[in-house]
Write a protein that binds this ligand. Structure first.
Ligand code: OSB
Ligand code: MG
Length: 368
């Protein structure tokens, strides 16, 4: 099969509320959508990079550049055995996985649509329904956070993740646990601490969290292993796991007990599946992280999260938590039990609303 046309579009989507983490606040997402065409079919992918290089090294601009100059030329007009074979073609490109991963994911959607199979089935998913949690950003006040948690629990979500940073951590968790003693709760620091904070972080143990996500540096494994030795709370790695090798080494040295897999961060379905399989073999549970995706990236995440070792609730939640209007039809909905039904229609399993995308597009370029 051969791709003969690829279109990049940048769309802008205002979030229903700004999302604040230890590394900054986002009010409007700028995302690149990748559309591949060939063999009479099409497929969609989404670049999950942020607007600036603050979560990882990539941003919307670097992704456009890498796709245009290096990734698209590897695919366009070249016979390809399958989407599974595409990841190898990006091996010469170091880093920039959110850029290459968006094109890789578009190829999987394309192949699934051509085969008339769901993306979930094509990637090897086994779950028909996935458990969902929410990620709640840093709030203006603890009261505002408690209100948000109350709303999300009432909606059915199975676990709550709050963002923490120095000055918004122990005292906040104290109040949350006081109000919600039995919810499944976790905290994500996005690398806001160092090993010198070991004693401070040790206080987290009294909140019996499911895990603390990425407490230390975005590129660290060894200090996480040292910290894990001191903590009862399991460490989950996000930013630090960019390749299969990182996952293998993190597990070997005990840097984490849980891994958050993000499709973009690791460069698409093939690397994500390898990390999933490695974790499964090592008895390390995984869950699917989110990057404030539009419906396209969200649909990819749902397919990924249908793999068997995605046993913990992920950050994959309803479209309406992010957007007044999503770019897919129907939008992603969550059941009162806090699950998402994995769509069984061909490809992503949602209809991509091309008109809505064109209206939101601020630039586009087609390569043939
Ligand atoms: O660390 O998981 C993260 C959003 C942007 C960048 C990094 C992260 C997040 C989230 C939100 O936690 C997940 C979501 O709801 O999409
Ligand atoms: Mg995270």
């Amino acid at each position: 099969m051969t791709v003969d046309q690829i279109t990049l579009r940048e769309i802008q989507m205002p979030l229903v509320a700004p999302f604040e983490t230890s590394f900054g606040s986002t009010a409007t997402r700028r995302m690149l959508l990748v559309e591949v065409r060939g063999e009479g079919g099409f497929g969609w992918g989404e670049v999950t990079a942020g607007e600036g290089p603050f979560y990882n090294e990539e941003d919307t601009e670097t992704a456009w550049h890498v796709l245009k100059s290096f990734a698209i030329p590897q695919i366009l007009g070249k016979p390809l055995d399958s989407a599974a074979a595409a990841a190898g073609l990006f091996d010469p490109i170091r880093g920039h996985r959110m850029a290459t991963g968006a094109l890789e994911a578009a190829l999987w959607d394309w192949e699934a649509r051509l085969a008339g199979r769901s993306l979930s089935a094509l990637v090897g998913g086994t779950q028909r329904e996935i458990p969902c949690g929410v990620s709640i950003g840093i709030q203006p006040s603890v009261e505002a956070l408690l209100d948000k948690i109350r709303t999300e629990i009432a909606a059915g979500y199975q676990r709550i993740k709050i963002k923490i940073k120095p000055g918004w951590d122990i005292a906040v968790l104290e109040r949350v646990r006081e109000q919600f003693p039995s919810i499944r709760l976790m905290a994500d620091a996005n690398s806001a601490y160092t090993l010198a904070d070991r004693a401070h972080l040790k206080q987290l143990d009294r909140f019996y969290l499911m895990m603390i996500e990425q407490p230390l540096a975005h590129d660290d494994l060894l200090d996480h292993a040292r910290l894990q030795q001191a903590l009862e709370t399991p460490i989950c790695l996000d930013e630090s796991i960019r390749t299969l090798r990182h996952a293998e080494q993190a597990i070997e040295i005990g840097a984490c007990r849980i891994i958050n897999i993000k499709l973009g961060r690791v460069g698409g379905f093939t690397p994500a599946r390898r990390i999933h399989d490695c974790c499964q073999a090592a008895n390390i549970p995984v869950w699917c992280g989110g990057m404030l995706e539009s419906g396209i990236g969200r649909a990819h995440n749902i397919a990924l999260a249908s793999l068997p070792n995605f046993v913990l609730p992920g950050d994959v939640s309803a479209s309406r938590r992010y957007w007044t209007q999503d770019v897919i039809v129907p939008e992603v909905e969550v059941t009162p039990e806090g699950t998402i039904q994995v769509p069984q229609a061909a490809g992503l399993g949602y209809e991509v609303d091309r008109d809505r995308i064109e209206r939101r597009a601020i630039r586009r370029e087609t390569f043939t």
